[in-house]
Design a protein around this ligand. Structure first.
Ligand code: NAI
Length: 338
């Protein structure tokens, strides 16, 4: 997509962090922007921030408050966008996400249902809701679109790297990547494109996600408390600026990149990707050979955990709930560092 002016964007998680940065950048590029988020207050302040940043009219920003895992609410929101903006989105950006970290062996159904439900489930909901509407309205049958359109999901570098304490999140993001590659292979039949954005660390509010975890999904197997939340905030505070990330995304969309890696240089992103692929290749080796190889910082499967541990210092990262009797002591809050 090269021409954004007057077109429609639908951005999930648009009230905060990466999604808010994307809403600002694409509103400034002249798009009408619908932002979908579960937090009403955050949506409210996001609208004024977007209008101030982009210099657009209030009517060009449409806040939609609903839980993206609710399929009926999602269809109603899609109807609202068509009614208010006159059509389905030309640019669908699926950025909402939550995280929670702990030993993969301590994960409960609630941990999976919440993290996978938002990070992967909401993407499924967005695609099933919008793809027929987008293809009917903008798709061509001969590889030439009636109007430009693009679909993108914000995944994570965690899609490529499964740490011992990031199981549901990494699994959801890996699923997102594969699904978006499928769409990247098929959208050109209709003249459109699809991408997946894989950031590493973003200066956002995702550290607070546990604070609004739905009541019905609160039975976590992880050690979650005020200190772990504060620790995550500290880590994310040094992440990439959402506006910078959104500018990189825009360039990726303009150039129809499938995998968008937001690093300082293209080579840096490529080096990161190669080290992740190397790690997967190493999994094919007998353990003895593999452990001998896994000494470099980038191919160490505990790298994410160590990063958080080092940056945070105070509260151990990714530990299990203290009362789980089947979990090794080193994987609990008072256990010695791994
Ligand atoms: P954020 O917390 O600042 O923004 C996420 C937004 O999603 C929030 O406004 C939240 O209310 C919304 N949301 C969560 N669950 C929802 C639901 N069920 N229904 C509707 N809205 C919901 O976090 P951030 O970091 O901007 O996250 C954006 C994306 O970036 C996520 O997919 C995340 O996994 C991904 N990411 C984040 C990284 C980071 O370091 N913060 C690194 C790599 C990827």
């Amino acid at each position: 997509m090269k021409d954004f002016k007057g077109k429609i964007a639908f951005i999930t998680g648009g009230a905060s962090g990466a999604g808010l940065g994307q809403a600002k950048v694409f509103a400034k590029a002249g798009m009408k922007v619908a932002i979908a988020d579960v937090r009403r207050d955050a949506l409210h302040s996001a609208v004024s921030e977007i209008v101030d940043y982009a210099g657009c009219k209030v009517g060009d920003v449409l806040p939609l408050c609903f839980d993206l895992t609710d399929r009926i609410a999602y269809a109603a929101a899609a109807d609202t966008v068509e009614k208010v903006f006159g059509g389905p989105p030309h640019l669908l950006i699926q950025t909402a996400g939550v995280n929670s970290f702990g030993p993969v062996e301590a994960s409960t159904y609630d941990d999976y249902d919440w993290v996978v439900g938002v990070c992967f489930g909401h993407v499924v909901n967005g695609l099933v809701t919008f793809i027929p509407r987008i293809l009917r309205t903008y798709g061509g049958r001969d590889g030439v679109a009636k109007e430009e359109f693009h679909i993108v999901t914000t995944s994570s570098l965690g899609a490529l790297e499964a740490g011992p304490d990031t199981g549901p999140y990494s699994a959801a993001k890996a699923a997102v990547n594969n699904l978006m590659y499928s769409f990247a292979e098929t959208m050109p039949f209709y003249g459109g494109h699809a991408s997946v954005l894989c950031p590493w660390n973003i200066n956002s509010n995702i550290g607070n996600a546990e604070l609004y975890r739905p009541e019905k999904l609160r039975n976590t197997g992880y050690n979650v408390n005020e200190n772990t939340i504060a620790m995550l905030r500290t880590v994310h505070a040094i992440g990439i600026d959402p506006l910078k990330l959104a500018a990189i995304l825009k360039e990726g969309i303009e150039n129809d990149r499938v995998l968008i890696m937001p690093f300082e240089t293209y080579e840096e992103g490529l080096a990161m990707l190669r080290s992740e692929l190397q790690k997967i290749e190493n999994y094919t080796l007998p353990e003895k050979e593999r452990l001998a190889l896994s000494t470099s910082e980038l191919s160490d499967p505990t790298r994410i955990s160590e990063f958080y541990e080092v940056k945070a210092g105070v509260e151990p990262f990714g530990r299990a709930r203290a009362d789980l009797d089947y979990i090794a002591p080193s994987r609990k809050p008072d256990g010695a560092a791994k």
